[in-house]
Write a protein of this length. Structure first.
Length: 428
């Protein structure tokens, strides 16, 4: 479902790639067989089959029983507690849904809170609570994440003021640890419906659990299709692990040849938040012990007019992955005719579709960067729908785990994040 369609490596990276390739395939095999050293953290592997489809049925039934009218979903969480959901929403929704009154979105609007300390953003969310009829899904595995906990207290009070304590019980949903933590205690105290985050799945690997499935289902998205795509991807990895193992080997070879960044290029602006999810996945998983490629996302051709100069002629300390969507499902638009007086180069655009021009620009960029000596690889996602997104989540989760294990770091902890939290608490 996701394939490596092109690759052009430097001679040095090519040699390192072939050295790491069999090791990457071996790590994929240990994931399948459960013989690796991180069994307590890999509940995400093959999750749709083991738990996901059954969970989706429970979530769908619970959402269908919501006893109140709602027109908005508010997701309160940070990092992996909200990025996967936002990636799906931004990928599947219109870019400007509030301005498309003639073609209303089939999905309920989703707002986000608890992922920063912005007073302005939280005030906007509180205004929405006063003006709309929202449901809230607060998500924190530990239940003690400062940003999320603080924002939720304001939101809970605003919901009770707007709807009263009793109705608010039907409008706030909690996703947290099954048995413990401050958020679990609040859910029990106030009587909020609650779904759990599995003990063996960390936040950045949790999009296919209730962390992502519940808010997406509340907003009207096809969570079963998301899981089908992930299931098909996990099945393909079991049968044909070449793409995921080779991508991990390519990343490990980059580190071995003194490269220090991976630039992930994409074209469709709807994919922007998915790349933010990818950045957290790899940044938190690999960035330890003074190791790890720094993950950077760029949108082409937009960013060719900002950092394109650096990528073409700046410090060549990076590899570049081109993540292409083969069919985006949008209607065909052709460039209309220019006045005859316009420049000859502009006349060349006439009659070309935007998709065709995008592909030409993509190929030209790939050639320019690879000819400069940058090691480039292209990943192709066949379709840009819920099934395709599910496949992409499963692919990158697996590749990330393999890549981190090859780098000899723990893929599933984040001690550096805990360091800042402890320093913040000390300053309080």
């Amino acid at each position: 479902m996701i394939d490596i369609t092109h690759r052009q490596f430097s001679d040095r990276l090519e040699t390192a790639f072939h050295a790491w390739q069999p090791k990457a395939h071996h790590v994929v095999q240990t994931l399948q067989e459960g013989t690796h050293a991180y069994l307590d953290y890999t509940g995400w592997w093959d999750y749709p089959r083991t738990q996901g489809f059954a969970l989706a049925a429970d979530i769908r039934a619970a959402v269908n029983r919501v006893p109140v009218y709602y027109d908005t979903v508010i997701v309160v969480g940070i990092g992996g507690s909200y990025l996967g959901t936002r990636a799906v929403v931004d990928a599947q929704n219109a870019l400007y849904p509030e301005h498309r009154t003639h073609r209303p979105s089939p999905y309920k609007p989703v707002l986000y809170a608890g992922h920063n300390w912005s007073t302005a953003e939280l005030l906007e969310v509180l205004d929405v609570i006063r003006e709309k009829n929202p449901v809230v899904n607060v998500i924190s595995k530990s239940g003690a994440t400062s940003e999320t906990a603080a924002a939720f207290q304001w939101i809970r009070q605003a919901m009770e003021t707007r709807f009263g304590p009793e109705e608010t019980k039907s409008r706030i949903w909690v996703t947290t640890d099954a048995t413990k933590g401050p958020l679990k205690e609040q859910a029990t105290h106030f009587g909020y419906p609650c779904f759990s985050v599995p003990d063996d799945i960390g936040g950045r690997f949790s999009v296919l659990t209730a962390v992502g499935l519940l808010p997406l289902c509340l907003a009207g998205y096809d969570i079963e299709a998301l899981l089908r795509g992930a299931h098909d991807m996990f099945t393909e990895i079991k049968q044909r692990p070449t793409a995921v193992a080779d991508y991990a080997a390519y990343r490990r070879a980059a580190w071995a040849t003194d490269l220090r960044m991976e630039v992930m290029a994409y074209a469709d602006p709807r994919f922007r938040t998915f790349i933010e999810w990818w950045k957290q996945l790899f940044g938190e998983s690999e960035g330890k012990a003074d190791k790890g490629l720094f993950p950077v996302g760029v949108q082409y051709p937009t960013d060719l007019h900002s950092v394109g100069q650096y990528l073409q002629e700046g410090c060549p300390s990076f590899i570049e992955t081109f993540f292409r969507i083969e069919a985006d499902g949008t209607q065909i638009l052709k460039v209309p005719a220019f006045p005859a007086t316009q420049h000859a180069n502009l006349q060349r655009l006439c009659g070309r579709t935007f998709a065709e021009l995008n592909d030409i620009a993509w190929r030209a960029t790939y050639e320019a960067h690879s000819n400069r000596g940058i090691s480039c690889l292209e990943l192709a996602l066949p379709r840009f729908d819920m099934t395709g997104l599910g496949a992409a989540f499963a692919f990158f989760e697996t590749a990330c785990a393999v890549s981190a294990i090859l780098l000899d770091v723990h893929p599933f902890n984040q001690p550096g994040v805990e360091d800042y939290k402890q320093r913040m608490l000390a300053k309080l």
